[in-house]
Design a protein around this ligand. Sequence first.
Ligand SMILES: N[C@@H](CCC(=O)N[C@@H](CS)C(=O)NCC(=O)O)C(=O)O
Length: 198
Amino acid sequence: MKLHDVPLSGNAYKVRLFLSLIGQKTELINVDLRTGAHKRAEFLAINPRGQVPALEDSDFALGDSQGILVYLARRYADESWYPLDAQTQGRIAHWLSFAANEIQHGPADARVILLLKRPGDLATAQAKGRQALELLDSELSRHTWLARTAAPSIADVAVYPYVALAGEGGLELAGHPHVLAWLDRVRALPGYLPLPAL
Ligand SMILES: N[C@@H](CCC(=O)N[C@@H](CS)C(=O)NCC(=O)O)C(=O)O
């Protein structure tokens, strides 16, 4: 299995974290975004969206961190990471969508604008980030894991990276005690992989 990766990308880290949690080995292939390697035909054949992360598993290729989590969970992980019952699958889809929308356009965008000096509206991204953190804190005040499961699921893995990295986008986690406790629960999981270091 090969993971097309960028070390500082929270979306790529999401996949590396899950692979580590389920004890699955992969070959990491570093994609140089600065030279546009992700927009060349060779890479677009693996992920037509021209983004990392992208996974190759024998003759199967897939982009998008959320899609990759679903594939890996179904193919390689214990069922607890992606339970089959309808309600839990609906809840997990809800949080995967939250990761790709509210989290991506909140704390993730704030981080690339502030840390990597990319163009963008920092105040708007931070405002969306604060809204997302408030919603998460309220959910996590009532549930141990995001999809209301007894054990962590891919919903937690999808949302974790950019919440844990929120400080790099200038967002304060201190006022969100339930989010902080959940971050600690994720960090305590066997096989946990530390966040990308700057
Ligand atoms: N929804 C995608 C977003 C992936 C994404 O935004 N990747 C960034 C790195 S974190 C990227 O490849 N950016 C380069 C580009 O979009 O041209 C996912 O979850 O994988």
